[in-house]
Write a protein of this length. Structure first.
Length: 411
């Protein structure tokens, strides 16, 4: 596999995050969502370790075939943050959802579509298999298309398409509250607002996850220290618990529908089983109680967990068989790591993204003596805040940098 880069750059406009003319309640929600998204970060002064990329494609080759490897979508008026792939492919087209993180009440969730084929002309794409493309992005008029968009009152902390073929058109989002959307007949529409389904309002919500073993189970976490497991068949909470001593920043559902992990501002990773509501296990804590903003459970090998430490250039790889110390600490990034995810169907590969404008591909088994070395690298124009790797479309990775979504092909 190899990341493929190019040298074509274009300017990113500054995004206005003004809070003018907001109600007091709105300001509190925006402040909380801003905290959980970890936008304001401290710069680090570490030097990047140089490494020759043996799989690098020559620049001349890339210029000739650039549409094969990188697709771009640029929002003209929003800072983007969330990104998720739909778990299906319509003919040759792949759908991706992106969401905005404007610190005001003017936000949106957009469905984008792109073709895996090399180069089409505009008429061929629009008429291919009767797929209706609503709008062509002005930056790359033959790559990524805006198919549908809905407006949101608040910035979206996370979005996730269902990983299941049975309900592939369902999309969840967390913000001031949990919402369920449906993307059908070329239109994204709100299906359920869960604020109306729970008596004790808990929010704002900081993240969410979808069970891979049960297509009706989702988990959410909140700044009010709670985690909740929802049953979409009944549209009600199956399980809610005070999970941490401080804000919960991320949740990751396990290999079955009962277990999940969470992490947050108290610097701990905790394991829960909804069949035993009164017990939990603290499986890891940072020595200085540094908050952890991201957590991903490897469902191929459930022994492995990765976590991201707030305002640091470190990724911790944990092995549940030996929790006395991390299996590895990945700290090649020269600035704050914003997110890291496991590759689908892999117990060894992961991708991390950072404020140092790079996305790094790792293989924690590639060298047992030095698991801390990345194997491939992609350089973006600006800080990379988020990353997604589709379950079905495994040769495409999506990143968010500024007001731009980039879809990178791995080969």
């Amino acid at each position: 596999m190899s990341f493929v880069d190019n040298n074509n750059k274009f300017n990113i406009k500054d995004i206005n995050r003004s809070k003018n003319n907001l109600f007091e309640e709105d300001e509190e929600i925006l402040e909380a969502l801003n905290l959980s998204s970890n936008i304001n970060k401290n710069n680090l002064n570490n030097k990047l370790l140089s490494k020759e990329n043996k799989n690098e494609i020559r620049e001349d080759d890339f210029r000739e075939n650039k549409n094969k490897f990188i697709k771009r979508y640029k929002s003209e008026d929003s800072r983007l943050y969330g990104i998720t792939f739909q778990s299906s492919v319509e003919s040759d087209f792949i759908n991706v959802a992106v969401s905005s993180l404007n610190m005001n009440t003017n936000n949106n969730i957009s469905i984008l579509s792109f073709s895996q084929e090399d180069i089409f002309n505009e008429e061929d794409i629009i008429n291919k298999d009767n797929i209706n493309i609503n709008n062509i992005n002005s930056i790359n008029n033959d790559t990524i298309y805006l198919r549908s968009q809905v407006q949101c009152d608040f910035p979206v902390s996370n979005i996730l398409f269902s990983p299941h073929e049975q309900n592939k058109n369902l999309l969840i989002s967390t913000s001031d509250i949990l919402r369920l959307y449906s993307f059908e007949e070329e239109k994204l529409s709100l299906k359920v607002d869960f604020k109306k389904r729970i008596k004790d309002y808990c929010g704002p919500l900081t993240s969410c996850d979808w069970s891979h073993s049960n297509n009706s189970i989702i988990g959410v976490c909140s700044i009010d220290t709670t985690c909740a497991i929802w049953d979409l068949n009944k549209f009600q909470v199956r399980y809610m618990i005070i999970a941490h001593d401080k804000e919960v920043f991320d949740i990751s559902l396990g290999p079955d529908e009962f277990t999940f992990m969470s992490t947050g501002a108290d610097g701990s990773v905790r394991l829960f089983d909804s069949r035993s509501a009164n017990s939990s296990s603290i499986i890891f804590e940072t020595r200085d109680k540094s908050p952890m903003t991201r957590l991903k459970w490897n469902l191929v090998n459930p022994n492995f967990i990765l976590t991201v430490i707030v305002d640091k250039n470190e990724i911790y790889i944990l092995d549940q068989r030996k929790l006395t110390s991390p299996y590895a600490i990945l700290k090649v990034h020269t600035n704050v790591v914003n997110n890291a995810i496991w590759a689908p169907e892999s117990n060894t590969n992961l991708i991390s993204v950072s404020d140092d404008k790079s996305a790094l591909l790792w293989d924690i088994y590639c060298d047992s003596d030095q698991p801390e070395e990345y194997i491939m690298k992609y350089d973006a124009q600006s800080e990379i805040e988020n990353v997604s790797w589709g379950n079905i479309t495994q040769n495409w990775v999506g990143i968010i940098d500024g007001n731009q979504a980039e879809i990178l092909r791995i080969q």
